[in-house]
Design a protein around this ligand. Structure first.
Ligand code: AMP
Ligand code: ZN
Length: 493
């Protein structure tokens, strides 16, 4: 029986403004789309935080036994400097400034993005589509929206008619904005724009002669609008109605609002069952922003080579720090906060290392099965990682007490404690047990421990040929296993 039969997740849905019980559209399957980065500069820690929240959510769904298709795109064209369709394409501008091909910019920062995410132990998404790889799908989508009467062509560009759409739909349904208020708050068009109304947004932009990234279309040689890309890619890989769409809070409007409008205009359907928005990362109390200089990039944070922090931090300490806050809260990155996370992370890792050498008793002085369920309850409550971490610290305290002799545990509870603490810490929070001195010793310990556990399983299954093979081959590699009443340890020569 899959775990999702007994563990029921509640998700805060931005669309309804309420926590709702998660019921997948197709039983046992989860389709999740998260807006990926625009690859025109190095990924910043704010981006990392948002993607980390969805990495944890992806991990939890997988742990519960769902078959998850997680799509996170790469925006490699069409994202203009300003959200209201003005300014240069971010990637083209960077390419012009550096006098290189736009695709060199895309390649450089896509590689940087993947490297940074690997450093923080992210799982790769199931599909990572690029906007430029889906131009045909985007053109088809625009044609449908024009045919349905929700878009118009002017001078080779195509615009979504927000006012027309709002006659029969609710523009603002996600961000809780009203079109009347938007009209009231926007300046009138200056006569330079092709748009009928300032609220309209571009589905296709005709490229200026100097614009390198351009594709032929029925309307002009040009490039797609940023909002349209996500609609085309999510629909292609997850269908017209899928479970979860995520992104940072700043994308709720206009980006996600426009995605909903495009889907409804093209397919007549609201595309997403649960909209999830991750909150922003701040630096020393102010929004992290490159333009104000209140900014630190991942490499600087890890190396300590910056003027904001007193030292460098291990990526797992940074991950632990981020997981100590709910994905829905604003999080302030500070030196004091990271120092505290460093201590907390090491306390948890030390406790986990002790587990294998604990003595067992006839009874347990701590209710391990109900502790385990509390860990699930925390995750089921809209992925409440801070509460989960509080429970992991309760377990760490218990482990230390068993070691001191002031608490007891049965062999059965100890196995359960070990399996559960490993699951929640490593599989779900995505932490790894890092070695402090970088000698690689801890990686070896981890690998040998896996083999020790496999051997133990083989013995339980009475597969002595396999258990002997593991012992003998490790011995040949210079690793001796030593069995005792308290379990198996190893020595190297
Ligand atoms: P971008 O590359 O700017 O399109 O952003 C990629 C993702 O990072 C989006 O989901 C943004 O909402 C998110 N993001 C941008 N800035 C921050 C921040 N300061 N804190 C958290 N997430 C952010
Ligand atoms: Zn998007």
């Amino acid at each position: 029986m899959p775990l999702y039969d007994s563990q029921h997740i509640k998700i805060y849905n931005t669309l309804s403004g309420e926590k709702e019980l998660f019921t997948p559209i197709t039983p046992g399957h989860v389709g999740m789309y998260v807006c990926g980065p625009t690859v025109y500069s190095n990924v910043h820690l704010g981006n990392v935080r948002t993607f980390m929240s969805f990495d944890m959510i992806f991990r939890y769904f997988k742990h519960l036994g769902y078959k998850v298709r997680y799509v996170r795109n790469i925006t490699d064209a069409g994202h203009l400097e300003n959200d209201d369709d003005v300014g240069e394409d971010k990637i083209t501008k960077k390419a012009r400034l550096e006098a290189i091909e736009p695709m060199e910019i895309v390649q450089r920062y896509t590689v940087d993005f993947h490297n940074v995410l690997n450093t923080f132990n992210f799982l790769p998404p199931s599909i990572e589509p690029t906007a430029t790889g889906h131009i045909i799908e985007q053109i088809e989508l625009i044609e449908t929206i024009i045919d349905n009467g929700f878009a118009y062509v002017v001078n080779g560009s195509v615009y979504f008619d927000v006012h027309k759409y709002n006659e029969s739909n609710e523009y603002g349904i996600l961000s809780k904005r009203k079109l009347e208020d938007l009209i009231h708050n926007t300046r009138t068009l200056d006569g330079q724009s092709d748009k009928k109304n300032p609220q309209d947004f571009a589905l296709w932009k005709k490229a200026e002669p100097s614009h390198i990234m351009r594709w032929p279309s029925p309307w002009s040689d040009g490039f797609p609008g940023w909002h349209l890309e996500c609609t085309a890619m999510s629909t292609k890989y997850l269908g017209e109605y899928f479970d979860i769409h995520g992104g940072g809070m700043d994308l709720k409007f206009p980006h996600h609002e426009c995605e909903i409008a495009q889907n409804k205009a093209a397919k007549g359907k609201n595309p997403v069952k649960y909209w999830m928005h991750a909150n922003m990362l701040e630096l020393n109390g102010a929004r992290m922003s490159k333009s104000t200089g209140n900014y630190i990039n991942p490499a600087e944070l890890l190396s300590g080579d910056n003027d904001k922090m007193s030292q460098g931090y291990n990526p797992m300490v940074v991950r632990f720090f981020m997981m100590q806050a709910s994905y829905k809260s604003v999080l302030d990155l500070t030196d004091a906060g990271l120092k505290a996370a460093d201590k907390g992370f090491n306390r948890l890792m030390e406790a986990i290392k002790l587990i294998d050498n604990l003595k067992t008793s006839d009874s347990s002085s701590f209710d391990v099965p109900s502790w385990k369920q509390k860990c699930y309850d925390a995750m089921n409550d809209d992925f409440n990682t801070p509460i989960l971490i509080a429970h992991l610290f309760d377990a760490a305290k218990y482990i230390n007490q068993i070691k001191d002799g002031s608490a007891t545990v049965t062999a059965e509870d100890l196995e359960l404690l070990k399996a559960s603490i490993n699951t929640f810490t490593f599989d779900i929070l995505g932490l790894t047990n890092v070695s402090k001195d970088n000698t690689g010793t801890d990686k070896l310990t981890g690998a040998v421990e896996i083999l020790i556990n496999l051997r133990k399983e083989a013995r339980i299954n009475k597969d002595f040929a396999l258990s002997d093979k593991i012992r003998d081959e490790l011995a040949e590699a210079g690793i001796q296993l030593n069995d005792s009443r308290d379990g198996t340890t190893f020595t190297t020569n």
